[in-house]
Design a protein around this ligand. Structure first.
Ligand SMILES: *Cc1c(COP(=O)(O)O)cnc(C)c1O
Length: 405
């Protein structure tokens, strides 16, 4: 039988439904790897993602693989074994950055705070002074906790201390403000399946000239000897597939064959960027803010407690405490079976304690928010949870009518 997935409304922390325009783009025919149309499309996609990341970085491209491939490519290419890496951890994905850096042979130093909060700028600068890392690796929006770490002041601090600054913006890009150049970020990686409205499987990445210089320097390291004859402490990038030096040579002028670019994902990633830029980055971010606020107002009006630091909430996902006496998994199952709506649970210390409800990509829209709130109200009522009729939908509608006014 040909594939025929059920119709679902994906209102979890990602993946979310792909925009139909992205799916159509992904059904386009293939061309050869070095066909002029292919290389022109690669160049065009690089330019589109400069707009999405808000950067002039020449080295803005796609890594083939899910967001994690982008994270791993950045870390394994920027970090040589023995390099000190500082990872401030405020959720699940911070642990992932630390783990990847450890596997790359780095000397990893972590700082941790309780899930739901963010680091102060001062705490990060103190840690930089203590650790003196070669690289700061930090998540922007961590969907596991639904909060976004402020990054706007970290670039200047990193520059002052001679530290490269990498951030994972997979969950935040397109739905929350992110300014790669203005914030002094050296490397940022993303994915398509959150606010970009595409499927997972392509990881947009952007590298500053300083990051490219670091990668180029490692390229000349061969057989343990530097050009000047000194023994090297450095060693070649410990991955072939994720070697950004080689990937840059493939996407750059030289077009040196590395992998075969995943053409269908390129078409999809290109359309994701086109959608965002056509709408306007600021407009798309404001749309995520509006629908996120409506969802937040709705769940609060249902009498549910919201998780995490309010002042640093991501626009595109809200964490909700599962009320005492309510079986969180049974609610999720009823939403899926009776309403075809998916919401998320969480990980680690939050597993079974919070639901995560997303409003992102093509699902950051009014009918998706209102339908989800109406369904959640029905399911909670069936679970015997006391509710005022229509409260969630009503509160969300109030947010919309205030905005229209
Ligand atoms: C969702 C998410 C990812 C996803 O990684 P995949 O490899 O695409 O599954 C990565 N980082 C963060 C911060 C996320 O929220």
């Amino acid at each position: 039988m040909p594939i025929d997935p059920p119709a679902r409304l994906l209102m979890g922390p990602g993946p979310v439904n792909a925009d139909p325009r992205v799916l159509r783009a992904m059904s386009a025919q293939l061309v050869g790897q070095f066909d002029p149309f292919m290389t022109a499309t690669m160049n065009e996609t690089m330019e589109l993602y400069r707009g999405v990341f808000r950067t002039r970085n020449e080295a803005t491209l796609l890594v083939d693989g899910t967001s994690r491939a982008g994270i791993e490519a950045a870390i394994v290419s920027l970090v040589a074994p023995g390099d000190r890496v500082l990872v401030p951890i405020f959720g699940r994905f911070g642990h992932l950055l630390a783990e990847i850096a450890r596997r790359a042979g780095a000397d990893v130093h972590t700082r941790e705070i309780e899930w739901g909060g963010v680091f102060s700028v001062g705490a990060i600068e103190r840690a930089i002074v203590e650790v003196r890392p070669a690289l700061l690796a930090i998540v922007h929006g961590d969907t596991s906790t639904t909060v976004a770490q402020p990054l706007d002041e970290l670039g200047a601090i990193c520059e002052r201390h001679g530290v490269l600054f990498y951030t994972d913006v997979t969950a935040s890009l397109g739905g929350n403000p992110f300014e790669l150049d203005a914030w002094g970020v050296d490397a940022a990686t993303a994915g398509l399946q959150k606010c970009l409205g595409g499927p997972s499987g392509s990881a947009p990445i952007s590298l500053s000239p300083a990051a490219v210089e670091r990668i180029e320097a490692r390229k000349s390291v061969e057989a343990g000897i530097r050009a000047d004859g000194d023994a090297v402490l450095d060693e070649p990038i410990r991955s072939n597939y994720l070697d950004l030096g080689m990937i840059l040579d493939y996407w750059g002028e030289r077009r040196l064959n590395h992998h075969t670019e995943a053409t269908t994902m390129l078409y999809g990633a290109r359309e994701c960027a086109r959608l965002l830029l056509e709408e306007g980055m600021h407009v798309a971010i404001e749309r995520h803010r509006l629908h996120g606020s409506a969802m937040l107002a709705g769940v609060e009006a249902l009498g549910l407690d919201v998780f995490g630091d309010r002042a640093h909430r991501m626009h595109n996902v809200v964490g909700v405490h599962i009320p005492d006496g309510v079986d969180g998994e049974r609610v999720r199952r009823a939403l899926l079976e009776d309403f075809a709506i998916e919401i998320g649970t969480s990980f680690g210390p939050l597993h079974g304690r919070i639901w995560r409800i997303g409003t992102m990509g093509v699902n950051a829209r009014r009918d998706a928010v209102l339908t989800t709130l109406a369904a959640l109200e029905q399911v909670l009522r069936a679970e015997g949870h006391p509710l005022t009729a229509d409260s969630g939908v009503g509160a969300a509608r109030d947010v919309y009518s205030e905005t229209a006014a």
